[in-house]
Design a protein around this ligand. Structure first.
Ligand SMILES: Cc1cc2nc3c(=O)[nH]c(=O)nc-3n(C[C@H](O)[C@H](O)[C@H](O)COP(=O)(O)OP(=O)(O)OC[C@H]3O[C@@H](n4cnc5c(N)ncnc54)[C@H](O)[C@@H]3O)c2cc1C
Length: 715
């Protein structure tokens, strides 16, 4: 807390403390009010404006400091100023007081809450931005909710003060009138609880329900509008149709079959989608060969004077295909059929919210279904660089068809796919030039992680060109050339093959989204809500086609929500939980992450501390000849709560799992430190990072006393 905040906190605490210490509450009782009514009225008769001002100031102070007494003060307003002026003064004073309490809570505590609950608060803020005014209005209408709690809690959220003010003023008006009106008959009131008769309370509750009912109605009208032009079948042949048999579609269909739904999975190309055929599986298989070659090159480091590899690129690429064939049965038509999924190999098109047309070699059939899950994936994005089509290029879809190692390979793109493949090819023996238009590779990762990867890439011979923008490609004197721009100058790089890896774009065309009017987002993925529903509540999307993540494990994670919501959403819907999403880039060194990194924390204004452990100090890493990299843990200042972790080094993608579990289940660094880790393993790095944190938070004062205690015991 800075000094101004602290002073304000102390001042407010003193005022509130004084109120109770001097028992000022006694002035805000019905008895005092009745006893003083004549004197107060006499004063108001003589000084009406001053009386109104004093009354308003007291009202603002009581509500602003969240003190008890607002109800009696409101009655007093009616008794002293009558229904009209009483209502006007109370309405403004109560709203101003409530807004001051709201602002005080925000100023004093929001940063601390943000630091403690950063990610969760972000989700709450998003909810408040969407529905906050709505719910505040409801809460204000029903005067049974303690207003001071509402003021303080909403102050901790990102609701704009203006919204809070006007919604409060309008929402509290009905309750204010009832109390002020009761105040005009003060003598007849025996207790505060008598003012709100059960009938009146029910009326308020109904009033409070009104916005919710209105919302429900608006949603129903909206749904009617989107469904309006379609004829709903009386019955459905299936509970669920899933479009696309990649990671997202397979898991969706699996879950649906497991809960005994009638589900049809449609795939137009290859079962297993990108991950199996052109993504994770082939890339990791080729990374294995490349790593073996890199180890053979490092043989002398391990005491092997000479080791040579007789390497044939085509053999390595054939092994990749063998690996794919070995894994393929997991995703096969046979397996899914056995699991109870109807699999159709054909091209799907959504023709109405409840029917999907499938084009197969045998013709076209139309399936009727209660719900649809779109899991159509993504494809490599190819930027409009002049000359590309004429010169030719590879993408992550086609690179697996190569059987001759390119002598000179240009990799366009410094993201995870570009980096993994650039390193693979340099290790296999290509001369690799990698272009990235931003200032560093892996721009979304921690700066030090990028630097570690770039450093290693350069050591291994990759010509890394950052801040280079590809302008065009051409053939000159029989040679393929890429022209790029770097700091205003033109750079020419000759090449044999060009691999484009500048990102992936969701497959949103050609299967009916336009006809149904299903919108896409700015990043060109299908627009869904938190439950993964499109504008048609029975049509869902998950995986790469829905974003925002593009990983197999996030596709599978979303698939659970899509399947469960699609099948049981009328009973209960689940909002997709993105609280602890991990990922890894399988370069050497590997880069793995969960939660925030430093640049994101700074960008979002979230305060953090860093505990960093350098893996070059770790026994196992030294023994393995892999003594490099680090574990960097971001925590809430002064607490062991983890905000995010970046690990760079050997098997970082495996090591991060411990922190994913910790973040998901709210386990702090103290508990990680108190857990036995096997010696000697790389996983010990996690414990040592927790140890770094612990040492930085050692209770120095207490240890000073303990030292004295030991000295005393020694006599
Ligand atoms: C080189 C590379 C390496 C990768 N490495 C990793 C990694 O190490 N770890 C990781 O987590 N992720 C990795 N990924 C990402 C991962 O592959 C994807 O995130 C994942 O495959 C997405 O799954 P999906 O089901 O959303 O889409 P996809 O796997 O693309 O599946 C979509 C399927 O839908 C089908 N389809 C589309 N339209 C229709 C239609 N109209 N009718 C019928 N079928 C249709 C397509 O044919 C496709 O099979 C990598 C990707 C690439 C390219």
């Amino acid at each position: 807390m800075n000094r101004f905040r602290l002073s304000l906190f102390v001042a407010l605490a003193v005022l509130i403390g004084a109120f109770f210490a001097f028992d000022l509450q006694r002035f805000f009782t019905l008895d005092t009010l009745n006893a003083q009514q004549a004197a107060i009225e006499a004063y108001r008769g003589a000084h009406p404006a001053m009386a109104a001002a004093i009354y308003a100031v007291i009202y603002v102070a009581v509500t602003g400091l969240s003190l008890p007494g607002a109800a009696v003060l409101t009655l007093a307003g009616g008794a002293i100023f009558g229904l009209f002026w009483g209502t006007v003064i109370v309405s403004f004073a109560s709203t101003i007081g409530a807004t001051l309490a709201f602002l005080a809570a925000r100023f004093l505590f929001r940063d601390a809450v943000k630091a403690r609950f950063g990610d969760r608060l972000q989700a709450i803020d998003a909810g408040v931005a969407r529905d906050g005014a709505f719910y505040l209005f409801t809460l204000r209408l029903v005067p049974v909710f303690p207003f001071f709690v509402i003021n303080l809690v909403l102050g901790l959220t990102a609701m704009p003060a203006r919204t809070f003010y006007w919604v409060s003023q309008v929402g509290m008006l009905a309750g204010t009138i009832v109390y002020v009106n009761a105040g005009t008959q003060l003598a007849k009131i025996e207790s505060l609880s008598g003012i709100l008769s059960p009938g009146l309370l029910i009326s308020f509750a109904l009033l409070g329900l009104f916005p919710l009912l209105a919302r429900w109605l608006v949603d129903a009208i909206k749904a009617r509008k989107v469904y309006g032009r379609w004829e709903r079948p009386r019955r459905f042949d299936r509970n669920l149709v899933v479009i696309g048999a990649g990671s997202a579609g397979l898991v969706t269909a699996y879950i649906a079959a497991a809960v005994k739904a009638k589900v049809t999975l449609i795939e137009k190309h290859r079962m297993g989608g990108d991950c199996l055929n052109t993504g994770c599986v082939p890339s990791k298989a080729l990374i294995r060969t490349a790593k073996l070659l890199s180890h053979i090159r490092r043989a002398p480091e391990f005491g092997v004077r000479q080791a040579q590899a007789k390497f044939h690129f085509a053999d390595a690429m054939e092994r990749v295909q063998r690996v794919i064939r070995t894994v393929a049965p997991h995703d096969s038509v046979e397996r899914y059929t056995q699991l109870g999924v109807e699999v159709i190999e054909g091209e799907a098109k959504i023709v109405s919210p409840w029917s999907v047309e499938v084009k197969t070699s045998e013709g076209i059939q139309t399936l009727s279904t209660r719900s649809i899950v779109i899991a159509a994936g993504a494809r490599p994005f190819v930027p409009p660089i002049p000359g590309l089509e004429e010169v030719g290029y590879l993408t992550s879809d086609t690179v697996w068809d190569l059987r001759a190692l390119p002598k000179r390979l240009v990799v366009l793109g410094g993201g995870p796919i570009g980096c993994e493949l650039a390193q693979v090819f340099v290790r296999l023996g290509s001369h690799v030039t990698q272009f990235e238009m931003l200032p560093r590779l892996l721009i979304n990762e921690d700066q030090e992680a990028s630097e570690a990867v770039m450093g290693r890439f350069r050591e291994e011979g990759i010509d890394v060109r950052v801040e280079h923008r590809a302008k065009r490609v051409m053939v000159e004197a029989g040679e393929k050339i890429l022209i790029a721009e770097h700091q205003g100058a033109e750079v020419r790089i000759p090449f044999d093959e060009l691999l484009i890896a500048v990102g992936r774009i969701a497959n949103t065309e050609g299967y009916g989204l336009d006809d149904l009017g299903i919108p896409t987002t700015k990043s060109r993925t299908i627009e869904t809500n938190g439950f993964l529903q499109t504008i048609y509540p029975n049509i869902y999307a998950c995986g790469d086609v829905a974003g925002p993540f593009q990983f197999t494990h996030t596709a599978a994670h979303q698939a659970w929500y899509a399947a469960v919501n699609a099948l049981f959403g009328t009973l209960r819907k689940y909002r997709a939980d993105y609280s602890a999403i991990p990922w890894a880039t399988f370069t050497d060194p590997e880069v793995a992450r969960v939660g925030l990194n430093e640049q994101e924390a700074r960008g979002r204004g979230i305060p953090y501390e860093v505990a960093r452990y350098d893996i070059d100090d770790l026994d196992r890493a030294i023994a393995d000849g892999e003594a490099h990299g680090f574990v960097k843990v971001l925590t809430v200042p002064g607490k062991d709560r983890i905000l995010g972790v970046t690990i760079v080094g050997e098997h970082a993608g495996d090591l991060i799992a411990e922190f994913v579990l910790a973040m998901k289940h709210g386990i702090g660094l103290n508990k990680v430190l108190g857990t036995i880790h096997i010696y000697p393993t790389l996983a010990e790095a996690n414990k040592y990072a927790a140890g770094v944190w612990k040492r930085a938070h050692a209770p120095e004062k207490l240890l000073g006393w303990v030292e004295r205690f030991h000295a005393w015991r020694r006599g």
